[in-house]
Design a protein around this ligand. Structure first.
Ligand code: NAD
Ligand code: ISE
Length: 338
């Protein structure tokens, strides 16, 4: 395939970002169709990036448009499953932002549809495995530098969230990245989880318990503690330290100049998620474009989306029960054993 013609459903923050990178940064793709519930928003983005594209009448017409080779699903999480299933039915490649679906049963439906179709068509927007920091960590784990892995200490902090963000979203919207990347990093599976609620911050609204501490146990006995703190106020920060028998590897700080001024040494912290993984998003989307072009997707698959959702589901049960909850996983279809 020469140029991959892409249709985008959901032109919000990340939808626009992926359109910008396809039209201004990456190669081999063009944006040809857009759909958003808010038509003005789609038209504004066409004008802003001078796209040679049209606004589709519906998401379904965009998916079935013969002039669209591949679909980006970047709408709200609850809408993903229906569009991914429609794309699979149409035989179209689909890049779906996280989460693949908001329920485990919808993820199972997507997995079953892809297996039935007999062709890999789905890539999930888990971009952290494309991040150079995480890739360096994985190399040090895989080459034995730190010996057998014993523990992981991680944190996912946002300065603030809106008042529609609830306690469960700390798992399904935020922690979901760690659920995917740690499994990939450790090459291990999660078997059980516990969620603890420390003293809550006074700035979270009444429907949100914040922060939360998630304890994950893996098949090989590794324990990972992950802090999710979405009203930390001071900035956006992702931490990950992997402790082994012989040493530790940790994510580097996001690069920022060290300023000496007025009797102090200081370093700026990012205030939101957009720049933290900007290079990883570029690599992720270029990999999708290349995969569509040569007929072989390589990025996180629907099975990875399912595993993250099934682990998130156990976390949600643990939030309510306060107990250690098992992670139950269906048996992996041979289709995903690659
Ligand atoms: P957003 O609210 O900024 O944008 C969502 C857009 O989708 C809005 O313009 C809305 O009108 C549109 N939309 C909603 N339902 C629709 C439907 N049924 N059909 C067409 N358009 C619809 O949200 P966002 O921050 O861009 O997040 C979108 C998705 O991307 C979410 O699933 C989110 O979890 C994910 N996301 C991923 C990352 C990442 O780091 N990978 C970062 C941010 C967001
Ligand atoms: C957002 O939805 C994302 O997916 C970002 O990557 C994440 O780090 C942020 O916390 C979420 O709000």
């Amino acid at each position: 395939m020469s140029t991959v013609r892409i249709g985008v459903i959901g032109i919000g923050m990340i939808g626009e970002e992926h359109i910008r990178r396809c039209s201004q940064v990456l190669s081999g793709a063009e944006i040809v169709a857009l759909f958003d519930l808010n038509t003005d928003r789609a038209n504004d983005v066409i004008a802003k990036y001078s796209l040679d594209a049209h606004v589709a009448e519906s998401a379904e017409s965009l998916i079935h448009d013969p002039a669209v080779d591949a679909v980006f699903v970047t709408s709200w999480g609850g809408t993903h499953a229906a569009y991914v299933l429609e794309a699979i039915a149409a035989g179209k490649y689909v890049f779906c932002e996280k989460p693949l679906a908001t329920t485990v049963s919808d993820c199972e439906r997507i997995v079953a549809a892809e297996v039935d179709g007999g062709r890999r068509l789905v890539q999930v927007g888990f971009m952290r495995p494309y991040d150079s920091g995480y890739r360096d960590l994985k190399a040090r784990i895989d080459d034995g530098t730190i010996g057998e892995v014993l523990m992981v200490h991680a944190a996912h902090r946002n300065p603030s969230v809106g008042d529609t963000y609830t306690t469960d979203m700390a798992i399904t919207d935020t922690l979901i990245h760690e659920l995917d990347v740690l499994r990939w990093l450790l090459n291990d599976e999660f078997v059980s989880v516990q969620v603890l609620f420390p003293r809550g911050t006074s700035v979270a609204h009444a429907k949100l318990k914040d922060p939360q501490l998630v304890i994950l146990h893996t098949k090989r006995g590794v324990i990972a503690d992950i802090e999710v703190f979405v009203n930390c106020q001071y900035g956006y920060e992702i931490r990950c330290a992997v402790v082994g028998e012989k040493g530790e590897v940790a994510l580097p700080e996001f690069p920022a100049p060290v300023v000496r001024h007025g009797g102090a040494i200081s370093q700026t912290v990012l205030m939101d998620w957009k720049k933290r993984f900007i290079a990883a998003y570029d690599t992720e989307i270029q990999d999708f474009i290349n995969g569509v072009s040569d007929g072989k997707l390589r990025g996180p698959d629907a099975w990875a989306g399912y595993l993250a959702a099934a682990t998130a589901d156990a976390c949600l049960r643990a939030q309510i029960s306060g107990e250690i909850e098992p992670v139950s996983i269906i048996s992996r279809p041979d289709f995903y054993k690659h």
